[in-house]
Each structure stands twice: as C-alpha cells, then as structure tokens.
Design a protein around this ligand. Structure first.
Ligand code: PEP
Ligand code: MG
Length: 576
C-alpha cells in the first residue's frame, strides 16, 4: 500500500531508494520481517529471554555476600523492577505479533520510547535512571543473542547510493559520520529545521527530512521510498506513475545543479556592481574540497567542535594544529575563519558531557571554554600555530557579555606569549571576531564592535534565543520564523551598526544559504555570506540577477511591517 508522510524538508532534492531502518545508539540491531508461521516462535523466544534475564538477576542478588554494600542489592532490585515493567517485558511481544518483526527490533523500539520519556523528566536523579534502562535492555539483547531465531534472508546487494536511512533521531555526531558514506538520503522522526543534525545534512547535499513523527513505525526495512526534500514529503511504496514523475523531477533537479556549476569561477556581484563575498561553512578539514569546487572565496565558519565528537578523548594540540593547518593550506591563501569549539547543547562531547536542565542555556560554547581555560588554551595555541601557514581568523561563539570578550582576548594573549617563549611562529596580526547569536549581543553591539575585529551573525541561535524555540525540538519547529519582525529588526540592526562602526560583518547561519532571503539580506547591507558549499552557487545566481537599487525600498518597507502575511507578500515581490 502506498502512503505519504509529511515532515520538514531540511535539505532539498529528490532521492529514490530502499529504506534502511537505523538506530544510532550502542544497541544497533537489525530489523527484519518474520514470516507469519514463525511469529509465535519469535514471540516465545522473547519471553524466554525475559525469563532468563530475570533468573540471572535473581541469582545475582541471591549470591550477594552479607557484607556487600546495600546499594548493590538496591541496584539489582531496580533492574528487576525495570525488567518487570510491561513496556519492556510485555509490549515487545505485541509489536512482534502485530508488526511481524524480530524480537530485538521490538525491544529496541520500546527502549527508545522509554528513554525518550526519561529524557523529558525534570528531576535529575530520575533522568539518570535512563542508563539503568539501557543496561537492562543490553542484558536482554545478550540473552536474545543466545537463542537464535528465524534467520532473515541476506539483504539485497544494494549499494549505499540506493539506501535511505530511516531513524528516530540522529545526533550531529551521527550525521557527520555519514560523510564517509554515500547514502541517498536520510529521514528522521524528530529534529528541527536548524538543529545541528539538519545543518550537517545540508552539508552532505543529500535530500533529508526531519520531524516525520512516525516514519520509523510506518516504514519497513527495504521498502521503496521517495524522499522529496523540497516539499518535506516521503512517499512509501509509490505506484509506477508517481515513481516515473519523481524520476523526471530528480533528473531535472540534477540537470539544474550541473548548469549552476558554470558559475563557479564567476565573481559574485550584483547587477549594479556591488561585490559580495561568498564563503563556505565546514565541519571537518575534508570539506574544503567541496567548498573549493563550489567556488567559495574563503571558509566563513569552520565548526571546530566536530573534531571533538565521536570520540572518548579530546584531540590534543598537535592533532588540532594539523586539522587547522590542513584546511588552511588547502584554501591556498584564502581566509579560513575557525570558530573555537562550540560544544554543549546538541553537540555534547563524551569527555565534556554534563547534564543540565536546559542545555542550550547552559554551559555551552565560550562559557564552557572559559571555565576550563587550560583546555581552551590548547585549542588557541593550535589555532595560532596553524595561522603561520595561511590566513586564519579566530571566531568566538555565543558571546553575550563584555567580560567574556575580555577573558577570551586575554587567553589569546596568553597563548601567544607561550608560543613566543618557545619561539614558535604564528600570525601576529591574526584577527579575532565574535559570533552574534545571543539577542543581548545583538542589542548591545557596541561592546563587540569596540573590542573585536569582525562579527559573524549566527542566525540559527539568534532565532532560537529570540523566539524561545529549541532548535532541536520538532514540536516547536513550526514556530521557526526568520521573518519575525523582531528578527528582521535585530539582523538589519546588527548589519547597519557594524557597517557604521566599519567592523566587517558576515552571516553564517542557515539563513545565508536560503535563496528566498538573499535579496533581503543584501538590501540590509550584508556583503559577506557563509553557508554550506551546496548552496553557494544558488545564492550566487540570485546575487548576479539582483539590482540593489530596486530592492532596497521594498526591504525597508518590510522593516516597517509587522503583519506576517504582508511580510510574506513583500518578500515575494522582492524576489519576483
Ligand atoms: C548559528 O547559530 O547560526 C551558527 C552558525 O552556529 P551553529 O549553527 O553551529 O550554532
Ligand atoms: Mg550558533
């Protein structure tokens, strides 16, 4: 049966391929359909696993010596209680029977649901019990693996290019690993438009959709699906007619991309001759190649924290230095703006992981750096050393106060001094800039224009913090609105005030790569855009066709308008 599921398209294009259900946690399990005549056996296999784990835990408890600390018995009791909860011991059987899936998958689905409930608990102690749930499930998985059940046929010899990953949620750390793969697309049940997961998805230049809510329930392994990243629609088991229609659209889309390649070497300037700088956002040094292929004239944002993800330890000074040097050398004299690590919130590192109630408002980015200056100095020294090999700018994320700027600058001075003492060369004129992504910084811009060499507007966070919408939360994703009058006022104000103060200002949030906003930002006075390489040529094409003198009055009118519909209508006229 064919069906369609709607979500939020976060990266355009069309993919057609076979579903591969993916779970990112350490409990990676296969998902397969169990033939009808084997379902009862599969369900019984699950029941045996539950009984075995119960027996195991009970014998563990009985074998505790009387001198054992009381917490140990309490701990085992807790695990027995979790095992006894129907969510883990009964509901999976229902899933096996109704969905005809393997026991491991049914258990995994239930664990995800339970873990999600724990994540929402405010009480820190109770939330911590999530790890107990995972431990019990791990024990159950182990018990299941000891009793082989139905063996599914080997998966079709399908290349990655035909695979569409279907996940409940993916972390930015998961997605960045996809850079080593060639999946056709990925779709998730959770996630927001500017979550870092979506941000990285755009850098992969593959169609992707988030906030589908029930894709993992509705889609089965290996089913044929179409992902329309433009409309945010997934079509499961399309009929022949729909399939051929989408094949045509896919062909047209690819053709358009090929045509755009011709603009690679063209200088970006408006019709009335105003030059515009188009730079690329990267996560890892390996992304430089794509930036260059798309004609980037610099790296406007190197999200250095991605070097810190997917690992238990932290990269040392030499490893960081090599990464920064590599990107810089490959940019061959063009500027590379490296942001100091913006860890925390939706990019926790294993090493620096801390539990806070409101991660986006907690110890994130520069705040985390300043409470651990020793660790921050390692990065600063690595950045300075790499600056000897090209044109590096240092960018500090999430600044809100003058004190933070002063402390960061003092640490940079300290790092320079330590290198001087060791006679290590670095660029003595290295520029230091700040991200303007907290409303307080936007409103008190003078603090930053006085102390810093350049600014970069991080609209992803600026929108999150101004509209109070968690950028990773799909339930509030519909409230994401870059055209909110408050944001138009803030963004145009930052650009105007920075230009007045003669401090270079760039914009590196996702708005920079949204062609429906290019003209508006140009009219606000923005002359430096940084975005994922995949968008560079689209944006360049818009700039090449834009006459600034024509669009300015309309943009100014937008700044005086507060009605959302009128704003949309004005934007449409601006882009006509
Ligand atoms: C932003 O906030 O707009 C930004 C560019 O930084 P990040 O998306 O990495 O938070
Ligand atoms: Mg940000």
């Amino acid at each position: 049966m064919s069906l369609s599921i709607h979500g939020i398209g976060v990266s355009g294009g069309i993919a057609i391929g076979h579903a591969h259900l993916f779970s990112h946690a350490r409990l990676e399990v296969a998902h397969y359909v169990v033939p009808q005549d084997q379902v009862a056996e599969e369900s019984a296999r699950f029941e045996v696993a539950v009984q075995n784990v119960r027996a195991e835990l009970e014998s563990l408890r009985a074998s505790l010596p009387p001198t054992a600390p009381a917490e140990l018995a309490a701990f085992i009791d807790l695990h027995l209680m979790i095992l006894g909860d129907s969510t883990l011991s009964v509901a999976p059987r229902r899933i096996i029977e109704t969905e005809k899936c393997n026991a491991e998958w049914a258990l995994r689905v239930q664990m995800d649901a339970l873990v999600a409930q724990f994540d929402e608990i405010e009480d820190g102690y109770l939330r911590e019990r999530k790890s107990d749930v995972i431990q019990v499930v791990e024990r159950m998985m182990k018990a299941l693996s000891g009793q082989p059940g139905y063996v599914p046929p080997p998966p079709k010899a399908d290349s990655e290019q035909n695979l569409i990953l279907v996940a409940r949620d993916l972390s930015p750390a998961d997605v960045v690993q996809f850079k080593q793969h060639q999946f056709a697309s990925f779709i998730t049940d959770l996630g927001g438009t500017t979550s870092h997961t979506a941000v990285v998805a755009r850098s992969l230049a593959i169609p992707s959709i988030v906030a589908l809510h029930s894709a993992r329930q509705l889609i089965h392994e290996n089913e044929l699906i179409i992902v329309d990243g433009v409309q945010g629609v997934v079509i499961v088991n399309p009929d022949e007619q729909v399939l051929s229609e989408y094949r045509l659209r896919q062909y047209e889309f690819d053709l358009e991309r090929q045509k755009l390649k011709r603009l690679k070497g063209t200088r970006a300037a408006t019709l009335d001759g105003v030059p515009v700088e188009l730079q690329a956002n990267i996560e890892l040094p390996g992304d430089v190649a794509e930036a260059r292929e798309n004609g980037a004239t610099g790296i406007g944002l190197f999200r250095s924290e991605f070097l810190f993800l997917n690992r238990a330890d932290l990269p040392d000074e030499d490893e960081q230095f090599e990464a920064y040097r590599k990107a810089t050398v490959e940019m061959d004299g063009m500027p590379v703006t490296i942001r100091t690590y913006d860890l925390g919130a939706d990019k926790p590192s294993d090493e620096l992981q801390r539990h806070t109630l409101n991660p986006a408002l907690g110890l994130r980015a520069i705040r985390l750096c300043l409470i651990e200056p020793k660790r921050f100095l390692i990065q600063l020294r690595a950045l300075l050393r790499a600056s000897h090999y090209g044109k590096i700018n240092i960018l500090i994320p999430m600044l809100a106060t003058a004190g933070e700027v002063d402390q960061a600058l003092a640490l940079i001075r300290q790092a320079k001094k330590s290198l001087d003492e060791q006679h290590v060369p670095y660029d003595r004129h290295i520029k230091v800039g700040g991200m303007i992504e907290v409303p307080a910084a936007a409103l008190a811009l003078q603090i930053f224009t006085r102390k810093l060499d350049f600014l970069s507007i991080g609209t992803n966070d600026l929108i999150q913090y101004t509209l109070a919408i968690d950028r990773t939360d799909d339930t509030v994703a519909h409230l994401y609105d870059p055209l909110h009058p408050a944001l138009l006022g803030l963004i145009s104000g930052i650009i105007r005030n920075a230009n007045k103060a003669k401090v270079p200002v760039a914009l590196c949030g996702e708005m920079a790569g949204d062609i429906s906003l290019t003209r508006l930002l140009l009219a606000f006075g923005l002359r430096q855009f940084s975005m994922h390489a995949a968008h560079l040529l689209d944006v360049k094409q818009v700039i090449l066709h834009c006459n600034l003198a024509h669009i300015k009055p309309l943009a100014m009118k937008m700044l005086r308008t507060s009605d959302p519909q009128k704003l949309q209508a004005l934007l449409a006229r601006l882009n006509a």
